[in-house]
Ligand binder design. Structure first.
Ligand code: EPU
Length: 302
């Protein structure tokens, strides 16, 4: 097709998306593209419009379940160096959407900037973390608990709309909520976050503490997409699923983790259809036992 010639970046045909998701599940992308810069992205959007193709941006693929049939149209990954840039200005950092969170946390530590340690161990990119307002549920005592998320640090987010227009959004204009944001109608390009100064040693200690808690509570034994369902207000989805006695239930190679019931793990060759069926079983069982509707946290791309 002609549109492919106008791009600086290479286009991969039928790229297996299982190599781009932490679940290791997903059929082929019709066209898989890593735009080199903003200009390339703009041209791509233009072609997408002209040829009426579907268009999706994939981050680290850590929170999605892609169908076994794969995706039609264009799948974009913003992991070229241009979209992974990072700039520091005193306590502020401007970082590209494609930056992996683990690298970002490390960069902040080396700069002596604290506040984002709670993101350590989340297998995503900055863009993905913003889109779904990634974070943690923390517990100080059994009475005192709360949610910390990337929105707490955000000052502005720079996005491109689907007409190629760039906008700078203030935090107050973005509807950040528990595991959601008002950013899904845009392509997230970069953001500016505000942090605090601290000694590298202290930051390092905090990162290690967060990683330790994650390792104790979560299942890293097999590929997964982290927590599958959102926590219903006042409840833990993991606990509800556990109380239904569903740990260890298996369909094909997809299984409910024995360690954390809100994790579905891929034992080897799990298909998206196995995971869908297991999710259906979980929802029905929890609904029957507790009358609670579990809402997926992971995004389902068909
Ligand atoms: N629990 C069980 N059985 C289980 C799992 C959990 O009884 O199989 C109990 C735990 O013992 C605990 C409570 O449920 O009393 C909550 O569990 P946990 O501390 O593991 O936290 P969570 O609410 O299940 C949330 C986030 C995680 C985040 C952790 C840590 C959601 C849906 N999940 O999990 O995020 O890492 O807190 O702060 O908000 C993710 O988004 O992918 C994710 C894993």
């Amino acid at each position: 097709m002609n549109w492919q010639k106008s791009l600086k970046s290479k286009i991969l045909d039928s790229e297996p998306l299982s190599s781009h998701t932490t679940f290791r599940i997903g059929g082929p992308a019709e066209f898989f593209i890593r735009p080199r810069d903003i200009d390339d992205l703009e041209r791509l959007l233009n072609s997408v419009k002209i040829y009426k193709m579907s268009f999706r941006v994939i981050g680290a693929g850590s929170n999605i379940l892609i169908s076994d049939r794969g995706l039609e149209g264009v799948t974009v990954s913003l992991n070229s160096p241009y979209f992974r840039n990072i700039h520091f200005r005193n306590n502020r950092v401007e970082v590209g959407a494609g930056k992996p969170l683990n690298q970002f946390i490390d960069n902040l530590k080396n700069r002596g900037l604290r506040g984002a340690e709670f993101l350590a161990g989340i297998p995503g990119t900055i863009g993905g973390a913003l889109a779904m307002n990634a974070g943690i549920t923390w517990k100080v005592t059994s009475q005192e608990s709360g949610v910390r998320s990337i929105a707490d640090l955000v000052e502005t987010v720079t996005v491109m709309d689907y007409n190629g227009k760039i906008k700078n959004l203030d935090k107050k204009d973005i509807r950040f909520d528990y595991r959601s944001s008002g950013l899904s109608k845009y392509i997230i390009l970069r953001c500016s976050l505000k942090l605090k100064k601290a000694k590298k040693k202290i930051i390092d200690k905090r990162i290690k503490e967060y990683l330790k808690v994650r390792k104790i509570n979560q299942d890293y034994s097999h590929p997964s997409a982290g927590c599958v369902f959102k926590n219903p207000r006042g409840y833990s989805a993991g606990r509800l699923i556990d109380l239904c006695g569903l740990k260890g239930r298996r369909i094909g190679d997809a299984a409910i983790s024995l360690k954390h019931a809100n994790f579905i793990i891929n034992l080897g060759n799990a298909r998206a259809s196995d995971v869908f069926k297991l999710m259906g079983l979980i929802r029905r069982t929890v609904k029957n036992k507790f009358g609670i509707n579990l809402e997926p946290e992971i995004k389902i791309w068909k």
